[in-house]
Ligand binder design. Sequence first.
Ligand code: ADP
Ligand code: MG
Length: 210
Amino acid sequence: MRDAEFFRRWMAAATAAVDREAARLTELDSPIGDADHGANLQRGFTAVLAALEADPPDHPGGVLQLAGRTLISTVGGASGPLYGTLLRRAGKELGEAAEVGDDELRRALYAGVGAVAQLGGAAPGDKTMLDALVPGVAALSTSYRAARDAAEHGALATVPLRARKGRAGYLGERSIGHEDPGAASSALLLAALADVAEAAAAEDAAGGAA
Ligand code: ADP
Ligand code: MG
């Protein structure tokens, strides 16, 4: 079972990944956007960690809802409301339970991805974050590692696609040949989840051995 601390660790790992990769995310957002994706997410996730520290929720749903609300209120770009909706909706699905199972987490994220699709009107193949989120969350039924790999693969597979949504959509054909920045950051989010799940499994194994 996963408690609030697991979800706080996930958000901390995501923040670290965004910090580490901010320059690359902004670079990806240069040819097909406005070169702010790294900075947008850095600002947003830094605020998420501060909010979680200031008033730590005691249940997983509360962590994700606070993270989502914070992203919506601090990120000006399109990605803020979209990621905010992903986490807020997933948090609502988890409700008030003090601990949640992996199946519940998977179903909650699935609902969150559906909310992103509804809000942004995009579908897989449109060269957006959904091209990493949809296969990534689907692969959670196999394992966290499979989810990370599927999301990374999905992000790289946006390179030959033509964008149909967001700023890149205005470029039409000229969007072809570039990786979508939001798909790249979605892969980071799921990689962060896989990392904390692996760390938790290692801790459990060490605890069991002691
Ligand atoms: P902005 O485009 O406002 O500058 P960001 O640069 O932070 O915002 O985020 C851009 C990313 O947001 C894109 O790479 C894409 O993945 C995602 N995005 C934009 N519009 C949509 C949409 N309608 N549906 C899903 N994702 C979208
Ligand atoms: Mg941008």
